[in-house]
Design a protein around this ligand. Structure first.
Ligand SMILES: C[S@@+](CC[C@H](N)C(=O)[O-])C[C@H]1O[C@@H](n2cnc3c(N)ncnc32)[C@H](O)[C@@H]1O
Length: 248
């Protein structure tokens, strides 16, 4: 796998609890690094941690929207970044404070190549963050949604993976990666629920905008249940799953 940055980070750090809110495991970040372009102009994330080390290594301008948790001392995600030799400090712009406060008043001065949603996880905060970011993600840009095993976050990802604005790229453990299409954006001050494919495929078939195109995607809850089943399976079944995957 092509993940030189996270390989180097892993070598530098002994595996340890990075901060109070939990961090991306190296294996997931390595796969993310392999999926993302190795050079981007503008990226953003909500929250902070190991991902904040990866981004400025592959992006000229990285914007981190997170609470200032310096007080957490050795559990602080911001201090973790600041203390790391690998975090490129002058490429990161901080917007400190709860995203519930900072995002609604923030003026984005660029279009992003990639946005990671990984700040507050309770409903409706990731949805709220999506709302404030989606008009600013460029066609071809990536949206990464972490923790889709949390039902309300999985539900948002279910809706987006069927939205014309997004293509589902991959699921890395419980992290979903989507890519912005060229489709027109949902107007931020509009409504348009009836034009959204997730809704059209699930309304009463009698409705004129019902979309019977057979394109309903498997929910993230179901994919996650399959993954957990695979991971908890006895050894001989794990070998069987591996062989089955090899043959598609
Ligand atoms: C799960 S961690 C992010 C992990 C990180 N992506 C990594 O790779 O290690 C969640 C982060 O969100 C921050 N956070 C929690 N609530 C927040 C809020 N309301 N607004 C902004 N950031 C928040 C935490 O301080 C923490 O940095």
């Amino acid at each position: 796998m092509n993940s030189p940055i996270i390989d180097a980070l892993e070598k530098k750090e002994k595996e340890r609890a990075v901060h109070a809110h939990g961090s991306f495991p190296y294996e997931i970040l390595k796969q993310l690094e392999a999926v993302l372009p190795d050079s981007m102009e503008n990226t953003a994330e909500t929250g902070c941690g190991r991902s904040t080390i990866l981004f400025p290594n592959i992006s000229k301008n990285h914007f981190a929207f997170c609470i200032d948790d310096h007080d957490y001392k050795d559990q602080s995600s911001v201090l973790y970044f600041e203390d790391s030799e690998m975090g490129i400090k002058d490429r990161v712009t901080w917007e400190f404070g709860p995203t519930q406060k900072t995002l609604p008043r923030y003026t984005h001065n660029c279009q992003y190549d990639c946005v990671l949603i990984d700040g507050p996880h309770g409903y409706p905060f990731p949805d709220m963050e999506y709302y404030f970011f989606y008009p600013h993600i460029k066609p071809g840009g990536y949206l990464i949604i972490d923790d889709i095993h949390i039902p309300s976050i999985g539900r948002m990802a279910d809706i987006l993976q069927e939205d014309a604005m997004w293509n589902f790229i991959t699921l890395i453990s419980t992290t979903a990666v989507l890519q912005r299409t060229e489709a027109e954006e949902t107007p931020t001050f509009g409504d348009q629920w009836w034009t959204q494919d997730y809704n059209r495929r699930r309304v009463n078939p009698q409705m004129e905008f019902f979309l019977d195109d057979g394109q309903k995607l498997e929910s993230f809850a179901s994919r996650n249940a399959r993954r957990e089943k695979r991971e908890n399976a006895p050894k001989h079944m794990k070998i069987f799953y591996k062989i089955r995957n090899l043959f598609g």
